[in-house]
Design a binder for this molecule. Structure first.
Ligand SMILES: NC(=O)c1ccc[n+]([C@@H]2O[C@H](COP(=O)([O-])OP(=O)(O)OC[C@H]3O[C@@H](n4cnc5c(N)ncnc54)[C@H](O)[C@@H]3O)[C@@H](O)[C@H]2O)c1
Length: 337
């Protein structure tokens, strides 16, 4: 057996499948088991092969009895609803990535430990689990902690940017809008659900204002900015790629050119933000960024009103990029766990 960290995926939806695909190009991790009560082995193989957003996985994918074989690696497939009954130990799973959207509290996600897993990473915001974001507070991991939340995709994208801006220039005030691709909770045609009535309007034809869970993630991992940053979101009818439109008032003024240079430097090897922040002067659009683990600063689309007030455009990938970052977080925290 290799030294790769063994992973189990609970919930084989958009994020669960993105985790599998991301793992195939990351030798530090290996997915050995998948659990989803609604997805059998042959259905799982079908969903890996065919994907309307990404074009599907181009390697070999085969269904067996209670397993799929992806590029020669056998991955057990189970269909349990109760997390405590998933036999993770049979597949030597160390980390479960909880991607069902159902078990997001510490105790519900912690039920995976009963089946033999050692740690659980919730791929979503959690009301009570410790939240860790790479490049922000991931090095504060306590070895005794067995269940963590990695926050939302927007939180994971925006927090390193805010930490960078805060430490380098000071942040007096900041608002942001996450211009977010569609997600499975939305409706194809107008429907009715919950209290946020417009959330159930057709995702195909509308720009839909939505709350952003990222503000809560910021409050948890960057408490020094808790009362200075507020974010919201617009859901837009694209499948790939999201943008962060950040308006920030800095404490210490800096010209647009010098800010560009500082971000470019932060994206280079040797910087603590390397791999988390990237710089681009290309004319990007959302579909260009779907495979990026880093949040990408778009220098051409960003403008400055004055040396202290800047409107910055950043791109991020809500599925594959988020999944890549989850795996990097595991690789990083595994060293201290
Ligand atoms: N889609 C995104 O952009 C995105 C990004 C980051 C985080 N997230 C978070 O990831 C979670 C999943 O989101 P998604 O977009 O992948 O949703 P999804 O609907 O595509 O996937 C959820 C999967 O969980 C399965 N499931 C349901 N009940 C289950 C149970 N009891 N045990 C195991 N599996 C179960 C479903 O069958 C489905 O396949 C949510 O918490 C969401 O907030 C989503």
């Amino acid at each position: 057996m290799s030294d790769a960290v063994t992973i189990g995926i609970n919930g084989f939806g958009r994020v669960g499948r993105a985790v599998l695909v991301a793992s195939l190009s990351n030798p530090a991790v290996r997915v050995t088991a998948i659990n989803d009560p609604f997805i059998s082995a042959d259905y799982a193989a079908y969903l890996v092969k065919h994907d309307s957003a990404t074009g599907g996985f181009k390697g070999s994918v085969e269904a067996k009895k209670d397993a799929i074989v992806v590029d020669g690696c056998t991955i057990a497939v189970t269909q349990k609803s109760d997390p405590s009954s998933v036999p993770w130990g049979d597949s030597h799973v160390t980390y479960v990535i909880e991607c069902s959207g159902v078990h997001t509290t510490h105790d519900r996600a912690g039920a995976h430990l009963a089946g033999g897993a050692s740690r659980v990473v919730i791929a979503a915001p959690s009301s009570d689990a410790v939240t860790l974001v790479q490049g922000v507070n991931a090095d504060s991991m306590k070895p005794s902690t067995q269940v963590i939340s990695a926050g939302s995709c927007t939180g994971m994208a925006v927090c390193p940017i805010l930490r960078f801006l805060g430490e380098r220039f000071g942040v007096d005030e900041c608002t942001f809008t996450a211009v977010h691709a569609v997600t499975p909770t939305q409706k194809v045609v107008d429907g009715a659900q919950g209290k946020e009535w417009r959330s159930a309007r057709s995702a195909m034809t509308n720009i839909i204002p939505h709350s952003s869970g990222a503000t809560k993630t910021i409050q948890k991992v960057l408490p020094q900015l808790a009362n200075k940053v507020l974010g919201t979101s617009l859901r837009v009818p694209v499948q790939n790629g999201c943008a962060l439109d950040i308006t920030v008032r800095l404490t210490n003024g800096i010209s647009k050119e010098a800010l560009d240079l500082a971000i470019q430097e932060a994206s280079q090897p040797g910087s603590p933000f390397y791999g988390l922040l990237a710089f681009s002067s290309e004319e990007l659009v959302s579909s260009d960024v779907s495979a990026s683990a880093a949040s990408i600063y778009d220098s051409k689309a960003s403008v400055s009103l004055s040396s202290t007030t800047h409107k910055l455009l950043w791109w991020y990938s809500h599925e594959l990029g988020y999944a890549q970052r989850l795996l990097l977080l595991i690789a990083q925290t595994n060293a201290s766990w």
